[in-house]
Design a protein around this ligand. Structure first.
Ligand SMILES: [Zn+2]
Ligand SMILES: [Zn+2]
Length: 130
């Protein structure tokens, strides 16, 4: 499912060469920045914690494994827009099964259930004239 978060993330910005890690709370972001400064003061010297203007989008598999596109070595993967999320769904070869519902490659191997087909508009219901 492609969903928009209900909260606005806190990020650590101005880290040289890094993508911005996302956090749910300012406390968590500040704690991480503190840790970064302890580990590498120069690298984190100009970094700052800030709150994003709009809530992020996330992508979770609607199949039985319930995988989330959420983590790589840089931490949580969030998207700034639904379009951005869709682009990644395609790049990662996930399948869109219905409006904003997606399957990861592991679940794509399973045939879609009638309910999924119906949701995706692929199955004509008996007795219903389109
Ligand atoms: Zn985020
Ligand atoms: Zn899955």
């Amino acid at each position: 499912m492609i969903t928009q978060e209900t909260y606005r993330c806190w990020v650590i910005s101005r880290l040289p060469g890094d993508t911005e890690p996302h956090f749910e709370t300012s406390k968590a972001a500040r704690a991480e920045l503190r840790k970064m400064r302890e580990e590498d003061e120069d690298h984190a010297a100009g970094a700052a914690v800030r709150k994003l203007d709009v809530p992020c989008w996330t992508v979770t598999c609607d199949g039985e494994y319930g995988l989330t596109i959420d983590e790589d070595e840089d931490g949580v993967i969030h998207f700034t827009s639904a379009e951005d999320a869709m682009r990644t769904v395609r790049n990662w070869e996930w399948r869109l099964i219905a409006h904003e519902h997606v399957l990861c490659p592991d679940d794509v191997l399973l045939p879609p259930s009638p309910a999924e087909q119906e949701a995706a508009g692929q199955l004509a219901l008996p007795g219903v004239v389109p």
